[in-house]
Design a protein around this ligand. Structure first.
Ligand code: NAD
Length: 479
């Protein structure tokens, strides 16, 4: 079945896109087209931004109760579409159904829960002497999202905007549009005031038009560091503040007393799930040299249980990577790693057995990785793990902090105090200790080349608020 995404959403209604051409949507298991996105025209972008302006003026004065009710309704509408989301993600980006249902949909629902909590816990006003400090909505937010966790990234931005009293023009990834389409249908069903959330279709050109639009007040971007840099440069012209959630090269660090039996399956999951296409993917494993042979054995055993195949099959654990260019990039990184002296310990370039069509990559492990190699410095965004051996803890710390990225990381030790002390030395926005669950109520975001600004819960909402100080203001504080 061919699905055509041909309507943008503005001012509470679906309208035909009037741009030229069509962006193909491809099934990553076959390389065959299964749909297309009709891009918006410049006039469509104008319409969406104008509707968002009106929506922002209205929503900025909404009560906290209205915002909480809106977030609650959106949660229910999204949850009701769980199966449809999981199917769209399997078809368009190769995410296995089990992962869609386990993570890709539940994560955004949790995010909405924490946004609801955030609305209640933010200090919206504060008295300081004769001053009344208020926090008010930043206005129209341009939200640009990637394809790898497409619903999660949309919801992180929209939930924060609704909570803050902002409006949004969303420009989702053209690679996996089904999640965005289902999202906007869910939003439409909520019956919120027109213009609070609007959606436009298109690629880089439409994204650029949106982030440079004079009526857009703020940008929230999730995607590659390369595009983040371009957007930051484009935003400079109109001095728009921005949140950039960019790439990563996260390391899992095994301290000397690591419990390998507990740690290895988790590291394998966090480096392989979604075919390694996660910004927080643990793509480097920093371990005591003496443990490397056992790590290799445990990796081989663990990935043997990761059935590779059609993501629509409930038994599949690992699907293909999402696009042809992504697969080519992963293959190039594998070739370069070998050329630069890394040792291939598992997986590699050969397609998995019986999966010559489509963009499948075997779970791949490299050893003898040094920090100056490309595989240690650049995002692979594929099921590839690089092992870096160390002799002492100082070296482990140096290796962990040897990239320009700083999104996430992990530490393992039988002594949680020792692991926590090491975590504090890691230059990243978050560190997972002994495989703990990621807590979506805490601020999420990067250091260095992984960007700046924070998402999730009250921190995501605060990102979209401006301060206003009223000196000598009269009257009681508004609730
Ligand atoms: P991408 O940067 O190629 O594209 C992201 C979005 O930006 C898409 O919607 C695209 O159409 C749009 N875009 C491209 N050029 C633009 C321009 N010049 N102006 C405005 N918009 C433009 O990223 P991708 O390939 O879709 O996603 C993968 C990347 O996203 C990886 O690098 C990954 O690490 C990163 N990512 C980061 C996080 C995080 O929270 N830090 C989360 C997920 C993904």
């Amino acid at each position: 079945m061919v699905t055509r995404y041909a309507h943008f959403y503005a001012g509470g209604s679906f309208r035909p896109c009037t741009g030229n051409g069509e962006l193909a949507v491809i099934d990553p298991t076959s390389g065959q087209p299964i749909g297309g996105v009709i891009p918006c025209s410049a006039a469509d972008v104008e319409t969406a931004v104008a509707c968002a302006r009106t929506g922002s003026d209205r929503w900025a004065t909404s009560s906290l109760e209205e915002r909480t009710t809106a977030l609650t309704r959106l949660r229910a509408e999204l949850e009701a579409r769980t199966d449809a989301f999981a199917t769209a993600l399997a078809n368009e980006m190769g995410c296995p159904i089990w992962l869609g249902k386990l993570m890709q949909v539940p994560m955004p629902l949790k995010n909405l829960d924490f946004a609801i909590e955030g609305v209640a816990t933010i200090q919206w006003q504060e008295r300081i002497g004769n001053g009344l400090v208020e926090r008010s909505a930043a206005g129209v937010v341009a939200a640009i999202t990637p394809w790898n966790f497409p619903l999660h990234q949309i919801v992180a931005k929209v939930a924060a905007a609704i909570g803050a009293g902002c409006s949004v023009v969303l420009k989702p990834s053209e690679v996996a549009p089904g999640a965005a389409q289902l999202f906007i249908e869910a939003f439409h069903a909520c019956g919120l005031p027109p213009g609070v959330v609007n959606l436009i279709w298109g690629g880089a050109g439409i994204g650029h038009r949106l982030v440079t639009h004079p009526q857009v007040d703020r940008i929230s971007f999730t995607g590659s560091t390369l595009v983040g840099r371009r957007i930051m440069a484009a935003a400079a012209e109109t001095l728009k503040p921005l949140t950039l959630e960019l790439g990563g090269k996260s390391a899992a660090v095994f301290l000397d007393d690591v419990d390998l039996e507990a740690a290895m399956p988790v590291v394998v999951r966090l480096s392989m799930a979604n075919s390694g296409q996660a910004c927080v993917s643990q793509s480097r494993l920093i371990a005591p040299a003496r443990l490397v042979p056992e790590i290799v054995e445990r990796f081989r055993t663990a990935v043997a249980g990761w059935t590779i195949g059609d993501p629509r099959d409930e038994a599949t654990r690992l699907g293909p990577v999402a696009t042809d260019s992504q697969r080519q990039h992963v293959r190039r990184m594998i070739v370069r790693a070998r050329e630069q002296g890394a040792t291939l310990l598992a997986g590699g370039l050969e397609a998995p057995d019986g999966l010559n069509d489509g963009w499948y990559v075997r779970p791949t492990l490299f050893g003898d990785v040094r920090p100056d190699m490309e595989i240690a410095q650049h995002e692979v965004f594929g099921p590839v793990l690089a092992v870096m051996a160390y002799e002492n803890e100082e070296e482990a710390e140096r290796l962990a902090n040897s990239t320009g990225y700083g999104l996430s990381g992990a530490v393992w030790s039988r002594d949680v105090a020792v692991a926590t002390a090491f975590a504090r030395k890691m230059k990243t926005g978050q560190v997972v200790i002994n495989g703990a669950a990621q807590n979506l109520a805490t601020p999420f975001g990067g250091w260095g080349m992984s960007g700046f600004g924070r998402e999730n819960g009250r921190f995501g909402i605060e990102e979209l608020l401006n301060y206003r100080s009223l000196h000598g203001a009269a009257g009681p504080m508004q609730p």
